[in-house]
Design a protein around this ligand. Structure first.
Ligand code: PGA
Length: 270
C-alpha cells in the first residue's frame, strides 16, 4: 500500500484528483469506479475545476458507482444517482449513458446485481476505484462481517451506518435499511484502488485498515491483499498510524523516482 499523508482536506482533494486526472489523460476511455459520501466531494470539485480550466476530457470515460440505497428513486435528493448528478456528472462532459449506479428500484435484486457485475466486465473492468471508509471500517456498504469474496448484492446497513447517514436524511427513521453494493471481491478486481479519508473520526478505521490484521470485521483491511492501493489521508485521519515516518520516507523516495532525481536517492551521478 502506498500511504500518502497530506496536511488537510484540501490537499487530500487535490492529490487524489491528480491520480484520477493522470489516468484520464493517459487512458481517455478509462473506467472509473466512483464513491459517494462527504469524503470524495473535494476531489470531485477539483476534477470539475480541471475539466473547466484545463480541459480535462471525460467524454470517453465510463463510470460505475459502488452502491445505491434500495427503494429510493433516482430523482430522490438522497439517492446516490442524484448525488453523483449534482456533485459531479452534470459539471463534466461525461456521456450520461456511460455513467452507472446500481438500480435501487429493481425488485429482482439478484438479476440486477448480476447484470451490474456483467456490465463492469463488458466495460473491461474498473481501472481505478475511488473509495471512502466508514468509521466501522466498511468499504462501499460492505458492513462488518461481509465476505471478503463478496460480489454485488443487497446488504443491510448497520445501526452505526444508519446513524452516520441520518445527517443527510434529517432523521434515522428515514435512512433506508438496505443497499445494493459492489462486494469486496468486486472491488479487489479493480486495477487500482484509491482510498481517501479525512478527519479524526476516521483515524481508528484507517489504522485497522492499513496496520491491522485482514478481517471481515474491517472490510477495508482486505485492501492489504490488493497489489495497487493508494491511500490518501489528511493528518487527522492518519494520526493513529504507527509507521507514519516510514510512509513519509517511502513517499519521498517515490516522488524522487517519478521525477527522475535518482542522485537524491544516492543512485547514479548528480
Ligand atoms: P463519508 O462516508 O465519506 O461520508 O465519511 C464514507 C463511507 O461510509 O464509506
Amino acid at each position: 500500500m502506498r500511504v500518502v499523508i497530506e496536511k488537510g482536506e484540501n490537499e487530500v482533494a487535490i492529490r487524489a484528483a491528480r491520480f484520477v486526472a493522470d489516468l484520464v489523460r493517459r487512458k481517455p476511455a478509462c473506467v472509473l469506479g466512483l464513491a459517494t459520501g462527504g469524503t470524495p466531494l473535494g476531489m470531485y470539485r477539483e476534477l470539475i475545476r480541471l475539466h473547466r480550466e484545463e480541459g480535462l476530457d471525460f467524454s470517453r470515460v465510463t463510470t460505475f458507482n459502488l452502491d445505491e440505497y434500495v427503494g429510493v428513486p433516482e430523482d430522490h435528493p438522497q439517492s446516490y444517482r442524484y448525488f453523483m448528478q449534482e456533485n459531479l456528472f452534470k459539471h463534466l462532459n461525461v456521456v450520461p449513458a456511460k455513467t452507472h449506479v446500481p438500480d435501487g428500484r429493481s425488485l429482482d435484486f439478484e438479476a440486477s446485481c448480476r447484470r451490474y457485475e456483467q456490465m463492469i466486465q463488458e466495460a473491461g473492468g474498473i481501472d481505478l476505484q475511488v473509495l471512502g471508509v466508514g468509521r466501522d471500517g466498511h468499504i462501499a456498504f460492505n458492513e462488518p462481517g461481509s465476505s471478503l469474496g463478496s460480489r454485488t448484492r443487497v446488504k443491510s446497513l448497520t445501526g452505526e451506518t444508519i446513524r452516520d447517514n441520518a445527517r443527510f436524511f434529517g432523521s434515522e427513521d428515514q435512512v433506508p435499511r438496505l443497499a445494493i453494493t459492489m462486494g469486496v471481491g468486486t472491488i479487489l478486481e479493480s486495477q487500482r484502488c484509491l482510498l481517501l479519508a479525512t478527519g479524526a473520526a476516521k483515524a481508528s478505521a484507517i489504522r485497522s485498515t492499513i496496520e491491522g490484521p485482514i478481517t471481515a470485521q474491517i472490510t477495508a483491511s482486505a485492501l492489504q491483499l490488493h497489489r495497487d492501493v493508494i491511500v490518501v489521508l489528511d493528518e487527522e485521519a492518519g494520526s493513529w498510524l504507527t509507521r507514519r515516518e516510514y510512509y513519509a520516507e517511502v513517499e519521498r523516495a517515490q516522488t524522487l523516482l517519478e521525477a527522475g532525481q535518482l542522485h537524491e536517492l544516492g543512485i547514479g551521478n548528480p
